[in-house]
Design a protein around this ligand. Structure first.
Ligand SMILES: [Cu+2]
Length: 154
């Protein structure tokens, strides 16, 4: 649907949930715009946590690693830390984005950032976390488990 409206994005990631969050799936689109990037996310199958502390907000970042792989404890461990070429503190990382708001499992979000161009994040990863981002805890906003991941491609 997004591509019908905005055309072909410069970069794109197909998101999938971890084993414990297998229902999560979606697409993240990166459109070069002005001096930065329009990031559009459509994600389905998020856990409904409206009764919990995070109230259906899910941390959302670009991570520096290239591969949505890991181990049993952290299925997306290899994504590493946030994309942060300027060695800034959180939430001033280039890869820091507003959390996703799910509505009965469905999140749709569009945000503009001038912290990177689409080509800068090709070969990196997008991560959705199980908790909201508190925007002060270092190094990643205390946003909990990585519940879904996508590898960014052209
Ligand atoms: Cu993250």
């Amino acid at each position: 649907m997004i591509q019908n409206i905005f055309g072909k994005p410069e970069a794109y990631a197909q998101v999938r949930g971890s084993m414990q969050n297998a229902k999560i799936h979606g697409n993240i689109y990166f459109y070069g715009m002005h001096n930065g990037t329009l990031v559009i996310a459509e994600v389905y199958g998020l856990p409904n946590t409206i009764e919990k502390e995070n109230g259906n907000f899910y941390g959302f970042h670009i991570h520096e690693g290239e591969s949505c792989t890991g181990d049993e404890q952290d299925p997306f461990k290899n994504v590493g830390g946030h994309y942060n070429p300027e060695k800034e503190t959180h939430p001033k990382h280039a890869g820091d984005l507003p959390p996703l708001l799910a509505n009965d499992g469905i999140a749709w979000s569009a945000v503009y950032t001038d912290r990177f161009y689409p080509e800068d994040v090709v070969g990196r990863t997008v991560i959705i976390h199980g908790m909201a981002d508190d925007f002060h805890t270092q190094p990643s906003g205390d946003s909990g488990m990585k519940i879904a991941c996508g590898e960014i491609v052209v």
